[in-house]
Design a protein around this ligand. Structure first.
Ligand code: BTN
Length: 263
């Protein structure tokens, strides 16, 4: 397949995201690494750093994340608010919801969230994200960032991922600048909601969380198998095992029956 995706246009991005600290870079190791530098240089709350391609993109649980140049939407979004460090984890559901609702706004009405923060359409992953935080020298929260990778244009995937991934362009006419603006607008709103009224944010998250009410199997970190019954105020997934025990999962690789090839 030739690599002929339309390049991300900085003028369009600036028009769609006015007044925002925005960096559009051609090639980076990882947007997560570059956003740290942008933050250190004074990037403000809501800053966006988007790259056409990453040479060392990072995924969950130490995996790599890669996409051909121009095929995906690969960016980091910065949160810099006065928030207790203990509340930083509250932003993860806001990030997942932001991407999910942004995709829905653009017409991908089936988008939902697989706990903790994959975005899934028709049982396949369309977006993954990694959240990172940094503390200031006094132990307060310096910033939190979400590193977000959205699959936009189809590209050849390794065999083990072929049945598990999908692409925005299979559902909508994908203009990556509009996609980014829609998602970022939603991220702004849900981050504010997470800071101002976390229970309300959590309720919205639960409505979109496809994991709830399904059989799950957790591995990698904590292990458990059972029915996913709720997400609690810490963002943990509560799983009721066949023995009737309630297990709270904080970090785990969770397979959900009916999603991403788990039958
Ligand atoms: C996952 O494994 O599901 C998380 C994938 C996160 C990928 C994004 S792409 C932009 C940002 N920069 C990175 O190096 N990783 C995240």
């Amino acid at each position: 397949m030739t690599n002929s995706y339309a390049p991300l246009r900085e003028d369009r991005l600036r028009r769609l995201l006015p007044g925002r600290d925005l960096l559009r870079l051609e090639e980076v190791n990882s947007t997560l690494t570059q956003m740290k530098r942008f933050a250190a240089a004074g990037a403000r709350d809501g800053a966006v750093l988007v790259a056409e391609c990453q040479t060392a993109g990072r995924g969950r649980l130490g995996r790599a994340w890669s996409a051909p140049k121009g095929a995906g939407l690969t960016f980091s979004y910065l949160v810099r608010r006065s928030l207790p460090a203990a509340h930083a984890a509250r932003l993860a559901p806001a990030f997942a919801l932001g991407v999910c609702e942004g995709l829905r706004d653009l017409g991908i009405g089936q988008a939902g969230v697989k706990w903790p923060n994959d975005v899934v359409v028709d049982g396949r992953k369309i977006c993954g994200m990694l959240c990172e935080m940094e503390l200031d020298p006094a132990g307060g929260l310096a910033f939190v960032q979400a590193g977000i990778g959205i699959n936009v244009h189809p590209f050849p995937l390794p065999e083990e991922l072929r049945e598990k991934a999908c692409f925005a362009a299979s559902y909508i006419r994908a203009n990556r600048e509009e996609l980014l603006a829609a998602v970022v607008g939603r991220l702004d709103r849900f981050v504010s909601l997470a800071c101002e009224d976390f229970p309300a944010l959590l309720d919205r998250y639960r409505q979109r969380c496809l994991t709830l009410g399904r059989q799950v199997r957790a591995s990698g970190g904590q292990c458990a198998e059972g029915l996913a019954v709720d997400v609690n105020g810490e963002g943990e997934l509560l799983v009721k095992t066949v023995e009737g025990e309630l297990v709270a999962l904080r970090t785990a690789d969770v397979s959900v029956r009916g999603l991403l090839g788990y039958v």
